[in-house]
Design a protein around this ligand. Sequence first.
Ligand SMILES: Nc1nc2c(c(=O)[nH]1)N[C@H]1C(S)=C(S)[C@@H](COP(=O)(O)O)O[C@H]1N2
Ligand SMILES: [Mo]
Length: 443
Amino acid sequence: MANKKDNESQGIHELYSKDPVEADKRLWGREVDPLTRRGFLKKSSLLAMTAAIGSMIPFSSKMPGGLIPAAFADETKPFTIEGKDGLRVLNDRPINAETPPHLLDDDFTPAKHFFVRNNGLPPDPASIGNVDNWELEIAGESCANPQKFTLAELKKRFKHHTYALQIECGGNGRSEFNPPAKGNQWTTGAVGCAKWTGVRVKDVLEACGIKDDAVYIGYYGADTHLSGDPGKDTISRGVPMSKALEDESLIAWGFNGEDIPYQNGYPLRLVTGGWPGSTSGKWLKKIVIRDRVHDGQKMTGQSYRVPCEPVAPGTKVANEDMCIMESMPVKSLITFPQSGVTHALKEPFAFRGKAWAGDLKVKAMEVSIDFGATWQPAKLEKPVNRLAWQKWSSQLTFPQKGYYEVWAKATDSEGKAQPTIVPGWNPRGYLNNACHRIAVQVV
Ligand SMILES: Nc1nc2c(c(=O)[nH]1)N[C@H]1C(S)=C(S)[C@@H](COP(=O)(O)O)O[C@H]1N2
Ligand SMILES: [Mo]
């Protein structure tokens, strides 16, 4: 019996990612309506779930079906990346590692906790050499006066700016899509917010002359393709001129007052906060000003694109019906306490987190302890500057002992709120901004 239970709890993530309705049935004997995701927990299913969780569930009648209980949180694979600590490694070639939510509790994400998303192999540290001589080239058909700058020249010639900027991978949350999407199975941790220091993209491009027909920029970095072929780019994406010329778009060398960490683009990177992380080119060598939408590696086809119109899960979508992702959707995390915490019934439960909304601001934050049946407002702080994440906090009490999930929901300045379950399925599994949940045992 004990053995059977072990097997089941080991396979729970796999079961839910394959077929959440079937997972509910097999693990708890629970029947769920596949469309509404609602279904009564029969007495026997409730007993099975209560036994696995180890306590009773006061709001069990509100618990939606097809949703893996947050109590069964993810396990960490042992693997170390130099300069990083406590990250969950998804892949080691190329390196992809995400940050568990409780390690995103700092106002600004420290270097050791900032996630890593590499498409290829970072440049050999030995080849980086003296960074004062690191060259950045500005070119492209819509650049009137192409030029090269060394890092020392960039620092000398242009005004320095520091902004706290939030970067989130477009595929963050991919692991919850069903049918599953190929690619790194990010849960919640492909996001971070650091204080970046550099010069404005705008100042540098204007010094090189932006022609009237300019519509987009594209970047190239010094990392190499996994195949080892020097003729192939790993990734070369960009943003429209309007985003590139914003005050907060930086060519940065500083990260929380220090050099940018090696895995995060040392010594120079582009930072376009609030947009898919893939637009913030690392190990930056070249920016092109384009007279068309940039067509570099991973700008075309289905990469970093979603269906222009919503589609049913599992639909094949033609390339011409896929649109480039721009500003990221509203989202939030509970960063304290860690999921799985035990809490004394008599004590008030204090918790907190971060919220962000792409190019917009977060205007409201709400929390729920009854699986989203009712919501209470949380305290929300202003961002330190545009495109920085916002801190929020809350305190509440539980009505009785048992198993609870604390859910958090952010609403952006245009009134769009996070969905409580996974939003629009898309072939590559981007833009999952479902509410974050943590498990709390009240004793
Ligand atoms: N040169 C280069 N830039 C890159 C990438 C890359 O593989 N190579 N990955 C992109 C993607 S998809 C993301 S989400 C962010 C991740 O930034 P980070 O690794 O510093 O967290 O970098 C972007 N910039
Ligand atoms: Mo990404």
